[in-house]
Design a protein around this ligand. Sequence first.
Ligand SMILES: CC(C)(COP(=O)(O)OP(=O)(O)OC[C@H]1O[C@@H](n2cnc3c(N)ncnc32)[C@H](O)[C@@H]1OP(=O)(O)O)[C@@H](O)C(=O)NCCC(=O)NCCS
Length: 145
Amino acid sequence: MQVLKAKFAVQLSTMNYHTRKWVKPEDLNPNQSLFGGRLLQWIDEEAALYAVIQLENKKVVTKFISEINFVSSAKQGDIIEIGIEVTSFGSTSLTLRCEVRNKMTHQTIITVDRIVMVNLDENGSPFPHGKTQVEFVKDRIKLKE
Ligand SMILES: CC(C)(COP(=O)(O)OP(=O)(O)OC[C@H]1O[C@@H](n2cnc3c(N)ncnc32)[C@H](O)[C@@H]1OP(=O)(O)O)[C@@H](O)C(=O)NCCC(=O)NCCS
């Protein structure tokens, strides 16, 4: 039963781990572990890239990031993976969830339940993006053929 539940959970997850980072000396804090500010920078950039591609608009900004809880860390030389999934499409916003895990220790480093990105127009005002579901670039290419 436990195994069945685990399989089901895996199938339901839509978290995409597109990006890996190698923890280098310049990414460390005085405790010689991964500096939190660096990790937040990587997460914010990953969320922005994801939103820009999904919403097909370069002018997307971070509006809101929910509570952050560093549950484990990484050391120099570790490889970490940043995962993003969509939790909801709003009118002008896109809400994402993020999970970062340590590829070496298999531990979760951080989860961020809500990252709200807002789609902007040329003047920097919120603008409806018209999207309601996750799109894959390969399907967009097929549609244009
Ligand atoms: C993003 C910005 C244009 C939004 O302006 P605003 O007056 O809050 O706009 P709105 O009230 O129309 O809200 C826009 C969307 O954000 C959502 N939103 C606004 N405040 C929010 C909050 N505190 N938490 C979650 N979502 C929020 C709204 O629900 C709306 O989404 P929807 O259209 O899908 O329903 C403005 O706040 C801004 O320029 N902020 C600075 C952004 C920035 O510089 N980010 C850091 C660098 S990327």
